[in-house]
Design a protein around this ligand. Sequence first.
Ligand SMILES: Nc1ncnc2c1ncn2[C@@H]1O[C@H](COP(=O)(O)OP(=O)(O)OP(=O)(O)O)[C@@H](O)[C@H]1O
Length: 238
Amino acid sequence: MTALFEGRDIKLELGGREILKGISLSVEKGEVMGIIGPNGAGKTSLFEVLSGRIFPKSGQVTFKGQDVTSLPLFKRARLGIGRTYQTPLVPDELKVGEVLKAARQAYLPYLTSHDAEWGLDLVNLHVDFDQYARELETLNRRKLLLACLLMRRPPLLLLDEPAAGLINSEVDELDHLMRKLSKEMGVSIIIVEHRMELLEMIADRVMVMDAGEQIAEGTLASVLANPQVHAAYFENVE
Ligand SMILES: Nc1ncnc2c1ncn2[C@@H]1O[C@H](COP(=O)(O)OP(=O)(O)OP(=O)(O)O)[C@@H](O)[C@H]1O
């Protein structure tokens, strides 16, 4: 079976340093893959390459069998690769309704307000459209940005630390949403996340990175029991 999304032997250099040293990964439809690793392991850099914000020195990225390695972020987004960032930045001067409208009209085909309502219902966000987006709490800002992505029904989501800055009850809500997206709607998810309790609930597989390398892959329990993984975390604790 061909994977929905695949990265093969990705190598990246930044500022003369090898940041990614040959990373390979793939996800099937509806699968959730977690990526963990100590600070500086290269997780975000990998997302930059997978989403098309930066291009690798070598390696290949394919989506639905198409080579997308040289496509920039906006073209990959249009193909259905949605990405979120560690910090949920929303446009400062726009109200919630204006953010949704901008997302609906970001590119053709323009979506209807029903699509936006559908996205908001999915993420369970019910706020005043006349409120400035910057005034929303962290979870609601994340939800708004997710709704903007989800209204386009992307088959793949790349989520960079979606639980950062959330309290436990909010993480539970995120867990519920991720499971609905993957298991009921067949959305594939690659998620970088430090909150193990979230990965434990949602990740089918976890890949561990350390210093630009892939050091383990398997269930969360199996990788956490791996001495090399333990050493990577332990050696990085200050
Ligand atoms: N533009 C850049 N130029 C040079 N080095 C960079 C650049 N961006 C990131 N790096 C380096 O690449 C390495 C990997 O960083 P990256 O942010 O991808 O790690 P990470 O695993 O996401 O870390 P964290 O968990 O702290 O977010 C780090 O050593 C970082 O200093």
